[in-house]
Design a binder for this molecule. Structure first.
Ligand code: HEM
Length: 359
């Protein structure tokens, strides 16, 4: 009660926050003016990474419950929404760096070696909390090889904790609508899907704008898609795709995600569908950021290696392609059927999936 009135400067600890921009170039007596902007931008990134981790922890805590109460789903979706909003901001923040010309960057770049964004522990924690596990190696070594022991330990621990991908997988596996009593949904879906595939194969075979070579290529590609359809109805074939790294979610979880996507018009599947969409948005947000950052690196340093020792922009582009967590969800539209071709749900199932207020 006797506390002095709170003061803005103290509350935000601005002594610390504004007192920690130490320019390496100034320390060496060769001030490079742009280094201030370089440090401030990176620090701003790390603050936003902190906020993303804060939101992710809350999402993981809710999704990690044995049963996720329906009333908490809205909070999970809202948390993902906030992460996506921050990601957009992070993309724009890169533009501030782009106001620095490559020549100005050269004034202090070499002073940074061997430090690099590659050592951003918070960025790695975000990746691990989301569920990224298989990474590109640099010169045969894991990403942790360039970090201090206390950071390696922190990251090792986070790799062994259940990730958002793990929680979502378990939640999907519990979705009760995968079996519909006596109604064989998956057989009905398979019949409808086979008709659709036959139509698409015919379209390629008959298409007037394709020459023989293009037609053969299109058909080969089509047969690959048809194979992934087969894997939907055959758990063993699905597992083979998984072993090849083409899928990450378990068979049960993938089917549940497909069902939610197909029947998202049913009221009870609305929030689950928005959750899946939120995960797609987050994955897209990071992928977009990685791509923009790779372009930034290219325009800043050309084909040079990074200060951290990777091949530079080509490493970053490869990571953009490979370091995806929820790619399975991006593949789902392959298996969508037009609404009019979807098997109709039995009335008692449709009833269970709707909301009804009984006074
Ligand atoms: C002039 C600006 C920048 C350049 C030229 C640049 C360049 C690079 C390069 C070449 C790498 C690959 C690792 C290496 O060999 O060093 C890298 C990695 C990375 N940078 Fe930057 N960067 C810049 C700004 C930023 C900013 C503002 C951030 C925000 C924190 C950032 C975060 C990262 C992260 C997280 C990685 C690791 C990416 C991964 O391994 O997937 N960078 N950067």
């Amino acid at each position: 009660v006797d506390d002095p009135p709170l003061y803005y400067w103290d509350y935000l600890r601005l002594d610390q926050l504004l007192g920690c921009q130490d320019l390496e170039s100034a320390r060496r007596g060769e001030l490079a003016r742009d280094e201030m902007m370089f440090i401030v931008t990176h620090q701003a990134f790390e603050l936003w990474f902190k906020q993303i981790l804060w939101e992710l922890d809350a999402v993981n805590e809710r999704m990690g419950q044995d049963i996720v109460p329906e009333r908490e789903m809205g909070q999970v979706v809202a948390g993902l929404r906030r992460i996506v909003t921050i990601q957009r901001l992070l993309g724009d923040q890169l533009e501030v760096l782009e106001t620095m010309t490559p020549l100005d960057f050269l004034d202090f770049r070499d002073l940074l070696i061997p430090a690099s964004g590659f050592q951003s522990v918070q960025f790695r924690l975000i990746e691990n909390r989301l569920g990224l596990r298989r990474r590109l190696k640099i010169k045969g070594s894991p990403y942790t090889s360039v970090l201090r022991p206390e950071h390696v330990e922190m990251l090792d621990r986070s790799e062994h904790e259940p990730s958002l991908l793990d929680h979502v997988e378990r939640w999907l596996e519990r979705i009760p609508f995968l079996r519909f009593g006596s109604f064989d949904f998956w057989q009905a879906y398979r019949d409808a899907a086979e008709q659709m595939l036959a139509r698409e194969r015919r379209t390629i075979q008959m298409h007037p704008n394709l020459d023989e070579r293009a037609r053969a290529e299109q058909l080969a590609q089509f047969e690959e898609t048809a194979e992934t359809f087969e894997a939907l109805f055959d758990a063993e074939q699905y597992e083979r795709l998984r072993a090849r790294g083409k899928r990450r979610l378990s068979y049960q979880a993938f089917l549940a995600a497909l069902l939610i996507t197909l029947y998202r018009d049913e009221p009870i599947l609305q929030l689950p569908f928005r959750l899946l969409t939120g995960l797609v948005d987050v994955d897209e947000g990071f992928t977009t950021w990685r791509h923009r950052h790779a372009l930034l690196a290219h325009r800043m340093i050309g084909d040079k290696i990074g200060t951290g020792g990777t091949s530079g922009h080509s490493y970053l582009e490869a990571a953009t392609q490979k370091h995806r967590v929820f790619a399975d969800l991006f593949d789902l539209p392959t298996f969508l059927l037009p609404r009019k071709a979807l098997p109709k749900l039995p009335p008692q199932v449709a009833e269970q999936m709707s909301f009804r207020y009984t006074p």
